[in-house]
Design a protein around this ligand. Structure first.
Ligand code: CO
Length: 497
């Protein structure tokens, strides 16, 4: 199989001005058949791609301080018979609608967006806005926009109309959160090998409560349990295996005073303690949910895990994108002026935990600078071979994501495709072909931003041959700001006109 030669130059692969434009707000909401298509959409690619991310990077002209504070906007591309239907819509949360009506920013953002008016407008204002901008899943016959600090919002999957907060059939109590990183166990042995959704929520404080939820395909709560862990925890993602939920408690401390006094966003009050270890918390998925184990390892800062699996009865492997430190914005300036070369890059590591010897080993799986790892959905929690990632153009230079990288963890072979210099990439989504035999028999879908045309393009790859480039490029009529996470649903959701 072809492996593309690595780019040999260390020159900057992009211009900051091009990259910045991908963060212009998209306030339009559209619904149309995509007509500009290069190549052919495979006929066996049928279903709907949903993505979420900040659609607006300002509120009535007041810029957000951090893209994580931007209002959530859902993008849907439904595939049927070689054609594709596009829709996008903001999640009309209560706070979003209030700000629309008021014509100004009313809420502070978790990541530091401050209302105009300075200290006196922000002091002791602890209200947070549910921005519903991090992920979107179709589960239990519901389309749900997820944001880790609040309840999910439900939308109509055909029209993307916002239906309101959803408590998941009373799984959640009002005010309880539901993280943006659920996993679907493809064959849960507690449920006769049926799939189940596993998710968590954290209630941070001087000690932190972790709630774990497992839900059936019809959206019913199967199992729920809670655990206290020591200290403040910032946990964005977790990992599962058939027997365990695994959490990496990043080494951060929290000082709420700048938030209380209106000087910073709640998310900005964390400080990374680089000499402190990460706690790896391993919680059984089976009742009575006891015998929780906690191990320490030097692991840097982690947002996302690629996968985890049980190598044998006593050995767990967890593959994660790790940063040397948590990079924070300084007080001045915009996130758009960030100097990528000065911030710590993320790389894929494997942590091997020996449950009996109580020992953790780590190794770097590949030094390429990456984010947003995804795998075959049937391999969640199982030993696996392939991982797909958003990657930088030059393997070891921190920069915006401009490429798609496939790693073969068995042979260490890399396959790569770059959209540089003017294209920018995000999270890939792997969609298996119907009746596929091999783990990489499928398609990889990447929503890219093309700064040359200031439009976005959905690029479809044959997962077995990434370097050959697109088998189809679907050109949207406008851009979609850089997004966060998304998912694939086998159902085809097209609004009937
Ligand atoms: Co995430």
């Amino acid at each position: 199989m072809v492996t593309i030669s690595q780019p040999s130059t260390n020159e900057k692969s992009y211009s900051q001005e091009d990259w910045k434009r991908g963060y212009e707000s998209q306030k339009g909401e559209y619904s149309y058949w995509i007509e500009k298509i290069e190549g052919h959409i495979p006929l066996d690619l049928e279903g709907t791609l949903f993505r979420n991310g900040p659609g607006a990077l300002d509120v009535h002209g007041t810029p957000v301080r951090h893209p994580f504070d931007g209002d959530g906007m859902i993008t849907a591309i439904a595939f049927r018979g070689g054609k594709a239907y596009f829709q996008n819509s903001f999640v009309k949360t209560k706070e979003f609608m209030e700000e629309q009506k008021a014509g100004k920013m009313l809420y502070r953002g978790v990541f530091g967006s401050q209302k105009p008016g300075g200290l006196f407008k922000n002091i002791f204002d602890l209200r947070l806005k549910n921005i519903a901008n991090t992920n979107v899943i179709y589960w239990g016959n519901k389309l749900l926009a997820l944001w880790e600090a609040a309840e999910p919002y439900r939308l109509d999957p055909y029209t993307l109309e916002t239906l309101g907060i959803d408590y998941l059939d009373d799984t959640l109590k009002p005010g309880e959160s539901f993280s943006a990183h659920p996993w679907i166990d493809p064959h849960c042995k507690m449920d006769n090998n049926e799939p189940c959704l596993v998710n968590f929520a954290i209630q941070p404080g001087p000690k932190t409560k972790i709630n774990i939820f497992e839900m059936s395909p019809s959206g019913k709560l199967l199992r729920r349990h809670s655990h206290d862990v020591k200290g403040f925890a910032f946990i964005h993602d977790f990992a599962i295996t058939p027997n365990y939920c695994i959490f990496f408690q990043n080494p951060v401390t929290y000082n709420p005073f700048p938030f209380l006094f209106g000087l910073k966003g709640a998310g900005e009050c964390m400080s990374f303690e680089k000499d402190q270890p990460t706690s790896i918390i391993i919680i059984p998925r089976k009742a009575p949910y006891q015998n929780v184990k906690v191990f320490q390892a030097k692991a840097g800062f982690i947002f996302h895990h690629a996968n985890a699996f049980e190598k044998d009865d006593q050995t767990l492997c967890i593959d994660s994108v790790c940063y040397g430190e948590l990079s924070q914005l300084n007080n001045e300036g915009s996130f758009k002026d960030v100097d990528f070369s000065s911030i710590s890059p993320g790389q894929l590591w494997r942590f091997t935990v020996d449950l009996k010897e109580e020992n953790v080993e780590k190794e770097m799986l590949d030094p390429w600078v990456v984010e947003f790892p995804v795998i075959h959905p049937q391999k969640v929690g199982r030993d696996y071979r392939y991982v797909y990632l958003g990657a930088t153009h030059n393997p070891e230079i921190n920069a915006p994501l401009q490429g798609l990288l496939k790693l073969d963890l068995q042979t260490k072979e890399r396959q790569f495709y770059s959209f540089a210099p003017r294209g920018f990439a995000g999270e890939p989504i792997f969609v298996p072909k119907p009746n596929a035999q091999k783990e990489d028999e499928g398609y990889v879908l990447v929503l890219t931003y093309n700064s040359a045309s200031h439009t976005s393009e959905l690029v479809i790859f044959d997962a077995q041959n990434i370097p050959q480039g697109a088998i189809a490029t679907l050109k949207l009529n406008h851009h979609i700001p850089y997004g966060l996470h998304g998912s694939w649903a086998d159902q085809i959701f097209i609004p009937e006109s």
